[in-house]
Every structure is written in structure tokens, then in C-alpha cells.
Design a protein around this ligand. Structure first.
Ligand SMILES: NC(=O)c1ccc[n+]([C@@H]2O[C@H](COP(=O)([O-])OP(=O)(O)OC[C@H]3O[C@@H](n4cnc5c(N)ncnc54)[C@H](OP(=O)(O)O)[C@@H]3O)[C@@H](O)[C@H]2O)c1
Length: 281
């Protein structure tokens, strides 16, 4: 496993397993499988409603807590709740979180960010993340915050990169963790001839070529999968290196095309989507 060093010195694995859209029992099985296969990082979120299951898988794995990098996200409807971080710790069944994000630039996101700063100072979280921030809300957060974020999660894959946001964050050494690193499993992306050719050259799958491209760019990835074969192959990407020319040929696929295209007013609405964390099994 390769690691990236965050601006505060914390070591973050280059690859983890994502759990978006997984039912609790699926997430528990996928995370357990990944940990047995040597994964060191898990990404979940309040909104995925599977954090309790993720915590169960971590304990069932028998792997020491300090050998797992746990990343999760506070949902926007929780930002003004004083105990939102403690609640998340309790649901997961852990006493610290390696990387805690505020999930959306929605509602009172500064209140959410203050919760993260407070938890960071108290040692309850080891790194601070922001997710899906851009433009004026990102500017506002950067100007108001006391501790600069360490990581941002954004949609990122060979068809799309949010370079404007990444350029705004570059001066602070904020690391990118890509969501939809495989374009949410889009077959058109996975079957691009560039990837098929490189897969044949290196004896890898097209998904492995894409994930290697991300990590060689310095981007951390959290591909989601419930398939044991995919989980295994997604972490097996460190025994080959793409050439500069190959990296450039993948970059050239960028068409500025997102796979996630919510309506324009969705961002503000997120804060009104309440969740009941206690209701998850
Ligand atoms: N911050 C945010 O707002 C946000 C938004 C979305 C996602 N995320 C995070 O990012 C993670 C990744 O996103 P994602 O899971 O939606 O999309 P993704 O990782 O780009 O793609 C997942 C899809 O690809 C398939 N897949 C995985 N490995 C594969 C392989 N080796 N070969 C072929 N197909 C493969 C999976 O199906 P199988 O199950 O069959 O393998 C699944 O359908 C999420 O799980 C979540 O943790 C964050």
C-alpha cells in the first residue's frame, strides 16, 4: 500500500474502499472482505446510513484500530448539532476518526466546520475534510476557518477534474480524495481503448489502469465495490507504473463530463434532508 502525507503529517492510504449506496449488510461484508485483503482505508458517511455496519466490520476483522484509516462525513442537517461528532463516533463504535468531512456546502456549513476544528483540537479526529465545496462557499470557508482543511473529496475521473477548485486549494496543500474514481462503474469509461491497450500491456484490468492513474497523480481513491474480485483488484495496483506519455494520454480523455448532475438548487436543499442515524441496524 502506498501512502500520502497530509499537510499536518498524517499518513493517508492511497486506496480505500467506498461504501456509497451500500445497504448495511452489504457494507459490512464489503468492508470486512477489504480488510481481510489488506485494505487500510474505509470511506463512509452519516448519509450512507451504514456507519454502524462499517464499525461492526472493523471490529470483526480483528485488525487493530490504529491500522485502519477511517474516513466519514457529517451530513448537512447535523451541522448545527453540538454533539454531531460524538454521535458519529458512537454509531461507528470508535473513539477517534482519522478523517472527518463536512459532506456538503449546504446550510450552516461554517457551524459544521467549527465542530470539526473543535474535534480536531480534542484529538477526536486526526484530519479535517471538506467535500463538494467550490467557488464562493469555498472562498468563504477558507477565509473564516482557523485550521485549513487537509483533504477535499470531489468527483474526479478521467472524464472530469474540478481544476478550478483544486487550484484554489493548492496553496494550502489540500490532498484530493476522488469520488466516482471509476466513473461510478460507467462501462463507456471502463472500456475506453486507451485503458484496454494499457491493461493488455501491463497485464492489468482497465479499472486498475484508471486507479493507478489517479494515485500516480497524487490522488487518493475509494472505489466502491461489493464484489470480492473487484475489491481485490482495486488494491492491486502498485506493481506497475504508467509512463509520463501514458499519463498524458489518459489526461487527454477529459471532456469535463460529470456523472453526477443534480439540479442546481439541490446543494441548498441537502441541509433539509434530515437523517435518523439511530435507525440503522
Ligand atoms: N463525497 C461525496 O459526495 C461522494 C459522492 C459519491 C461517492 N462518494 C464516495 O466515493 C466512493 C466511490 O464512488 P462510487 O462507489 O459511487 O463509484 P466508483 O467507485 O467510481 O464505482 C463503483 C462502481 O464500479 C464498479 N466497480 C468497482 N470496482 C470495479 C472493477 N474493478 N471493475 C469493474 N467495475 C468495478 C462497482 O460495481 P461492483 O460492486 O460490481 O464492483 C460499482 O458499480 C463511494 O463509495 C463513496 O465512499 C462520495
Amino acid at each position: 500500500m502506498e501512502y500520502f502525507t497530509l499537510s499536518n503529517g498524517v499518513e493517508m492510504p492511497a486506496v480505500g474502499i467506498g461504501t456509497f449506496l451500500m445497504q448495511p449488510e452489504q457494507a459490512e461484508q464489503a468492508v470486512y472482505t477489504a480488510l481481510q485483503m489488506g485494505y487500510k482505508m474505509i470511506d463512509t458517511a452519516n448519509a450512507y446510513m451504514n456507519e454502524r455496519a462499517v464499525g461492526r466490520a472493523m471490529r470483526k476483522s480483528g485488525i487493530a484500530r490504529e491500522d485502519i484509516f477511517l474516513s466519514t462525513k457529517i451530513w448537512a442537517s447535523e451541522y448545527e448539532k453540538e454533539n454531531a461528532v460524538e454521535k458519529t463516533l458512537k454509531i461507528l463504535g470508535v473513539d477517534y476518526i482519522d478523517l472527518l468531512y463536512i459532506h456538503q456546502p449546504s446550510g450552516n456549513y461554517m457551524a459544521g466546520y467549527r465542530l470539526l476544528e473543535k474535534a480536531y483540537k480534542a484529538g477526536k479526529i486526526k484530519a479535517i475534510g471538506i467535500s463538494n465545496f467550490h467557488d464562493h462557499k469555498l472562498e468563504h470557508l477558507l477565509s473564516e476557518c482557523e485550521i485549513k482543511p487537509h483533504v477535499i473529496q470531489l468527483e474526479e475521473h478521467p472524464y472530469f477534474s474540478d481544476t478550478k477548485t483544486l487550484n484554489m486549494l493548492a496553496p494550502y496543500g489540500v490532498r484530493l480524495m476522488a469520488w466516482y474514481p471509476l466513473g461510478h462503474g460507467d462501462k463507456g469509461l471502463l472500456n475506453e481503448p486507451v485503458f484496454t491497450e494499457l491493461a493488455a500491456k501491463y497485464g492489468k484490468t482497465t479499472a486498475q489502469i484508471i486507479l493507478r492513474w489517479h494515485t500516480q497523480n497524487g490522488t487518493s481513491v475509494i472505489p466502491g465495490s461489493t464484489s470480492a474480485d473487484h475489491i481485490r483488484e482495486n488494491a492491486d495496483i502498485f506493481d506497475f507504473t504508467l509512463t509520463e506519455e501514458e499519463m498524458a494520454s489518459i489526461k487527454a480523455l477529459n471532456t469535463n463530463t460529470r456523472f453526477y448532475n443534480p439540479p442546481a438548487d439541490m446543494e441548498e436543499k441537502y441541509a433539509f434532508f434530515a437523517i435518523d442515524l439511530d435507525s440503522q441496524p
